[in-house]
Design a protein around this ligand. Structure first.
Ligand code: THU
Length: 134
């Protein structure tokens, strides 16, 4: 896994962030199990609650480009160093990559599995298994 290259893609996406309110530029890049690289950046709104995180853009790009599963992601701020994904985005990443999805830990640090960042996750399996009968 070329984390340096994936991080560079995330950094490049961060340069295209639209974040005039927080001024925190975020980029996310992911590698699929078919070898495709997809990326996204955060997009803010004057109505602050409508902000789209970088990971949202990444997941949209994943599906718009044909789908498949994420196997590795790097999420960075404008300084190029990894940023902890927010709670909502951990859930989005879980849907797109599952518990074994590897998340960049940064230079000199080990990547972490998504199961560490989102233990006991709710996912598609629960929807299937617990769908109501009444
Ligand atoms: N942000 C992301 O893009 N991803 C995250 O996982 C954390 C937060 C963005 C949203 C907002 O534009 C800015 O960072 C400050 O919260």
């Amino acid at each position: 896994m070329d984390w340096v290259a994936l991080r560079a893609e995330a950094s490049s996406a961060a340069t295209r962030a639209y974040a005039p309110y927080s001024r925190l530029h975020v980029g996310a890049a992911g590698l699929t199990d078919t070898g495709r690289v997809v990326a996204g950046c955060n997009v803010e709104n004057a109505s602050y609650g409508l902000t789209l995180c970088a990971e949202c853009g990444l997941v949209s790009a994943l599906h718009a480009g044909g789908g498949s599963r994420l196997v590795a992601v790097s999420i960075v701020a404008g300084d190029g160093r990894p940023l902890a994904p927010c709670g909502r985005c951990r859930q989005l990443l879980f849907e797109a990559g599952g518990e074994r999805l590897l998340v960049d830990g940064g230079e000199g640090a080990e990547p972490v599995a998504l199961s560490t960042l989102l233990p006991g996750a709710f996912g598609p399996r629960e929807v299937d298994a617990r769908r109501g009968t009444s």
